[in-house]
Design a binder for this molecule. Sequence first.
Ligand SMILES: Cc1cc2nc3c(=O)[nH]c(=O)nc-3n(C[C@H](O)[C@H](O)[C@H](O)COP(=O)(O)O)c2cc1C
Length: 357
Amino acid sequence: VTAAAVDVAALRRQARALLPAPSYDYYAGGSGSERTLRKNKHAWREVWLAPRVLRDVSAVDTGIELLGARLRTPVCVAPTGFHRLGHAEGEVATAEGAARAGALFVLSMRSTRRIEDVAAVLDAHGGTWWFQVYVMDDRELTAAMVRRAAAAGARALVLTADTPVVGRKRRDSDELEISDDDLLVNLGQVDPQQMAQAADLTVADIGWLAQVSGGLPVVVKGVLHPDDAVACVAAGAAGVIVSNHGGRQLDQALPTAWALPAVAAAAHGSGTGVYVDGGLRTGLDVLAALALGAQAVFLGRPVLWALACGGAAGVADLLTGLTSDLEHAMALAGARTVPEVAQLRLAAAGLPGRTGT
Ligand SMILES: Cc1cc2nc3c(=O)[nH]c(=O)nc-3n(C[C@H](O)[C@H](O)[C@H](O)COP(=O)(O)O)c2cc1C
């Protein structure tokens, strides 16, 4: 008997066998001694749940509404760079897979396919997408990318806030092969300083991005501290993503399962959405995240493994399978809808991850 529809560890092993070692290591690695990378995964498994019973779970609905869009699943695709390292079709294939599963796709600014080409495939499959922004040293260049994404149909911007400088990863290799054609497909010929990360970001940049984009909602990614969540809410953020960048930025940053309850409490009642990523690998992990107050979750590496192994179909199968595993876990926990998961107070008090409500 297979326990679940999806086995991410098996997908990862298959991807490792397929990919050149430097590409695999770029996808898999974390910063420093990879303490946060490892802890992210284990922390979800320490969230113990008190299932609810006698609640008529004959119809369980995994659908959500996210910033005005209807999605079939709360499992979303996190922005990750350089998909052509994993598959020749790159982001176009990933986006198609997400759209086919009814899942939100977030396109990274480090896309190796043109924004407009990714948008076209999403359009063709009725997909919803957001555009992730690294504010670059050259603000005008950043603004130009944002305007292109808005014109192409992005429904929101994701401002990555945890990368004022890029984390040092010991697994990064000089032999990683990203051609200039891939690296600069959206930027054109720019000098490296122009595209370097801006280290002087503040909460004022939330408003700047909203304005530059002609009024798109701005979601801030990389929030771990509840005081930062409060500051983002005050600055008009439409949402925050509790994230430590998959353990690729500050090593020893706390696992997202531990950070989530306090951030959810800080944003509670504000109308600002709370989402989470980092180490989520199973339908049960997703249920735990929803129980701790996330309205949606994002997956990074599992999507890259699925892309490498199976292109668009592989991505669609991963997201559909995880959603079916979530649906099964929701029935066992007594939750009929995604918003209900948080209301049922499933996360056991007195244990790691308690909600405190
Ligand atoms: C290979 C790789 C590339 C990434 N590139 C980006 C990026 O371009 N922009 C961004 O905001 N986050 C990026 N991230 C972070 C992801 O959005 C996400 O926070 C993280 O992968 C979630 O953890 P998980 O991989 O354990 O699911 C990247 C992560 C990985 C693994």
